[in-house]
Design a protein around this ligand. Structure first.
Ligand SMILES: NC(=O)c1ccc[n+]([C@@H]2O[C@H](COP(=O)([O-])OP(=O)(O)OC[C@H]3O[C@@H](n4cnc5c(N)ncnc54)[C@H](OP(=O)(O)O)[C@@H]3O)[C@@H](O)[C@H]2O)c1
Length: 332
């Protein structure tokens, strides 16, 4: 048997530097890696890291030919893991699948049972991928902020809010009853962000500069930050006393030009968020919360679907911050 996949190959470019190319092709089942569970993949999704893998950036892939796609959802075909049976609807995010393991841009995948979760009843497999790594990370951030004292009604800033993590943060924050302030460089998306769950939309230029003083006027009780860099430094200086920032991303830079003053004088918490190696109990908590709060009409409204053959062309746009909301990839 064969399955359909987006296969990446690496070769030497004209200047001797490695170049990564992709092709949609049929792959023999006997090339599937070792694993306990074979999944008929129905959908994957597009994340910032997929853009990096598709463009060969960051040495994330150890071996070629490679099947990318850090997320996948579908139906179990066969299983040697007692927790999963044929017909179960399952999803996978992270665990370095799509980087060091073959990933979800394929109609079949063989993976470890430890990496899978059952798709919540409230979601279709397509909707599970509309959540995907970006939406999972945003909910992980919200759960962490709430565990550190964020309560409904308090101002919750979401940076990079037109992107995947950001739009998901706006959706989850609004559904959980927070006063979401969406920061974006694409103000033309304001109406959509308000419909998704924002109470206010601000221009990201307000937060773009490194702060002029270690402490600025107190604005935010919590923040889901997908941007990092000067923006994160600025946000830290504007946190309310005892507020928390969940640092999720680096779309605006990996540096952090800050001082310790917000931590020492305002008791601000900087919470690290990692979705990739998150342990199973945390994953269960996050997916349960998603299943509890999700509004599937709103989730569908922020989702675009592309076929496997079109995802490689979106690598440049997602790395440039030009993709809006979430993109699911139909693999069949
Ligand atoms: N910690 C984790 O486990 C985890 C998981 C998923 C993603 N991430 C990281 O989170 C970040 C976002 O991922 P994503 O999938 O949401 O990507 P995305 O869809 O490209 O969203 C990133 C957003 O950041 C904003 N942005 C881009 N460049 C910027 C700049 N130079 N300055 C300020 N804002 C900028 C844009 O939003 P606006 O147009 O609205 O301004 C853009 O849409 C990435 O760094 C990714 O690696 C981390």
């Amino acid at each position: 048997m064969t399955f359909n996949a987006l296969l990446l190959e690496q070769s030497d470019g004209p200047d001797g530097k490695p170049v990564v190319t992709s092709v949609v092709t049929e792959v023999d089942d006997d090339r599937l890696p070792d694993g306990d569970v074979t999944v008929a993949v129905e959908y994957s999704s597009l994340n910032y890291k997929d853009g990096m893998v598709l463009q060969g950036i960051g040495r994330l892939v150890s071996e070629y030919p490679h099947i990318p796609g850090i997320d996948l959802a579908g139906v179990v075909e066969s299983s040697d893991d007692a927790r999963f049976s044929p017909g179960d609807r399952v999803a996978l995010t992270g665990w370095r699948v799509g980087e060091i393991w073959w990933g979800g841009y394929a109609s079949r995948a063989k993976v470890k049972g430890d990496w899978l979760v059952k798709v919540p009843d409230a979601l279709s497999t397509r909707q599970a991928m509309a959540v995907g790594t970006a939406g999972f990370t945003a909910m992980q951030a919200l759960v962490a902020l709430e565990a550190h004292g964020l309560t409904p009604g308090e101002p919750l800033l979401v940076t990079g809010s037109s992107g995947g993590v950001g739009s998901s943060g706006v959706l989850w924050g609004g559904l959980a009853g927070h006063h979401v302030v969406a920061s974006t460089g694409r103000l033309e998306n304001s109406d959509e962000l308000m419909a998704l769950g924002a109470s206010e939309v601000i221009d990201r230029a307000e937060l773009a500069e490194s702060p002029s003083r270690p402490l600025l006027s107190e604005r935010w009780a919590g923040c889901i930050d997908a941007v990092g860099g000067d923006t994160l430094a600025h946000v830290l200086a504007e946190m309310r006393y005892g507020g928390s920032v969940a640092a999720c991303g680096l779309a605006g830079g990996s540096g952090l030009p800050t001082t310790v003053i917000p931590f020492l004088l305002r008791g601000v918490n900087l919470l690290g968020i990692d979705s990739v190696m998150a342990p199973a109990d945390e994953r269960a908590t996050v997916w349960n919360r998603i299943g509890e709060v999700v509004d599937t009409a709103k989730l569908d409204a922020m989702t675009t679907e592309v076929p496997l053959a079109e995802v490689a062309a979106l690598a440049g746009p997602i790395l440039a911050g030009k993709v809006k909301g979430r993109t699911v990839v139909a693999t069949r």
